[in-house]
Design a protein around this ligand. Sequence first.
Ligand code: SF4
Length: 374
Amino acid sequence: MRFGVPQMTERIIPIAEARYPTRPPVIPADAAPASGLLLDTRGRRLHDLRLSVTDRCNFRCTYCMPKSVFGTDYAFLPQTSLLSFEELTRIARIFVAHGVEKIRLTGGEPLLRRGIETLIGMLAELRTPQGVPVDLTLTTNATLLARKAKALRKAGLHRITVSLDAIDDAIFRQMNDVDFPVADVLEGIDAAAAEGLLPVKVNMVVRRGVNDSQILPMAKHFRGTGHILRFIEFMDVGASNGWKMDEVLPSGDVIQRINAVFPLAPIDPNYGGEVAERWRYQDGAGEVGVISSVTRPFCAECTRARVSTEGRLYTCLFATEGHDLRTLLRGNYSDDQISAAIANLWNQRSDRYSEIRSDATAGLRRIEMSYIGG
Ligand code: SF4
């Protein structure tokens, strides 16, 4: 750079890419072929893959993508950085051979990725080593869901999770910080249900003093609908949301509040490693869940790997460093070599952030949830 003007020969590294440290993974020479069962240092198998397909979102939720950081001049990743649908499918196929049975598409807001239906169609072709279709789901803020539900279902999506932090329109608009109405999200949920993207799960992040007044109104609204409402403890994800412990309402309190009005009973998880703790209404009006990363860590059963939209592997939501798979995907490396690199990384995995969360971890430069998906 001379005189402040970039020379044509100089490659400008987009800020977003340089934001998070990463390095290409090691490719072990003598790796065994994928066996469909990969364990980490704590005996946790690789079962769930979260694929981020964009770092962009049309919301500015204050606990995830606050405007103060993600303002109009924020440098999002250029299109050329993003993994193509072919690259996303190739990486997913390699993970499925290692035992992944569930793929969740995330973002940012995944429905903003143009042609997402095409990607879903490609992923819907994947089969586990036992020949079973991979469980394909997606998390969305539902701004585009009413319009896209039919095409998503037709492309092969099985289920959907919708983020909705309040049923009160004013509180919801305050939390998404782009003045988006509740009614449009509810319309999206209805459209998804009508197309058979069931069960619809509804995620509400609870921030004490901001929207905890909405716990009972949300429970009242979704009781008897068949949709599964889950309450998520406010988490210290990333380094931008100003997280404070006194803004965390423990899941135990959430359950107590609901139980006082609508008696609840605990139910068993659907499978080991399931994130949400499940409760049913004793009067048969359905199910609710709580996700308690802060007060009831579930790291001991965490089976999730995350790949960012430009191909970085993270083995924990609260990671500070990733592993650059894109260099391998775009380099002259075979599937077996990439597979060996992933196996080697997972075998060495020991993440347990929620178990060690403390003042000492407060200053860590964790990756942003908007970049890696929840
Ligand atoms: S903190 Fe990390 S290791 Fe623990 S459950 Fe969350 S993603 Fe898994």
